[in-house]
Design a protein around this ligand. Sequence first.
Ligand SMILES: Cc1cc2nc3c(=O)[nH]c(=O)nc-3n(C[C@H](O)[C@H](O)[C@H](O)COP(=O)(O)O)c2cc1C
Length: 367
Amino acid sequence: MPHPTSERFFSPVSLGSIELRNRLVMAPLTRIRADEQGVPTDLMVEHYAQRAGVGLIVTEGTWPVGEGRTWIGQPGIETAEHVAGWRRVTEAVHARGGRIVMQIMHGGRIGHEAISFTGRVVAPSAIAAPGQIRTPEGKQPLPVPHPLSTEEVSEVINQFVQAAQNAIAAGMDGVQIHGANGYLIQQFTAAASNTRTDRYGGSAENRARLAVEIAAAVAEAIGSERTGIRLSPQHNVQGALEEDHDDALATYQALAEGLAPLRLAHVDVLHPEPSAPLVQTIRQASGAPLIANTGFAAPTGREEAFSMVEQNLAEAVGVGRAVIANPDLVRRWQQGLPENAPDPATFYIGGERGYTDYPTYSTGEHH
Ligand SMILES: Cc1cc2nc3c(=O)[nH]c(=O)nc-3n(C[C@H](O)[C@H](O)[C@H](O)COP(=O)(O)O)c2cc1C
């Protein structure tokens, strides 16, 4: 029996200056297939080109500077080689009529001196995150980071601006600032990882300030209509804990109010309940179109994605694992076709297996 489709889900929408053909946004997905210097590879060009039929691709988290690198094999957007490598990706996606923005990710304290190129790992405060990280010498405990001085925070803002300009030079349609998942920006937002006493710590407004200042500086440099941000309120991962609900609401309200005058192209909010006040407050207070992504446990599915758009809970839906496994997911969801299952064992291993070799439906049919 054919599943009912969703006209609205497959209708165009504008996120700032970017017109999407449909509401299916490929969520940012780290896959560790860049070379050792962080330069995009042929395999990455192919992977993104295969998925160009989605409304918008958000790239994997990409480091603005070596000091913001979290994983070996993660791409960067710092050097001329990075820009040239990403240009091949954007050209391949655009040639297929797709749209692509780069997620700029500074890992902050989720890093290691042995992979940061500067011998330093930075964060709001000298508090190590729990857990371990992969280094050339094997897994190591996450280090105690260098606490950024107020002046050094300004340098980080400039690094995001330069990275955004580099992304545009590489042909990106825009950028997404990674303010989620316990990386540098959320290390500032979350009280558990931020014990600063300057204007970037303490009150909800102060902890939200870095996100707002980075967004403002990037928007000024490349245009607000090409600038978005990802947030994950109360995701509570990697020690960036926001366990007090009232404080989280106040912090994200302050953050969204700070974004409002910028008129950003999108906010992408990762939260299990898109109808929750935390999510809709960010949407309303910022005034930006919302990309909602619910996936924590089960991968985002077709009916769920349709209903989020049909109920006007979001302008578009971020889809991660289903896009990993189905390069032609738009067609499959349009026609209610069966889907390939994602293989988590190949998410971070490098190489083409589980990356560029998932079949489209027409090849799958011939089995
Ligand atoms: C392999 C993998 C890599 C990811 N890498 C990133 C990333 O670089 N940046 C980010 O913001 N989220 C990242 N995420 C989170 C996804 O964007 C998304 O929020 C998550 O997969 C839930 O959506 P889903 O249920 O549709 O998969 C990653 C998730 C997976 C599974």
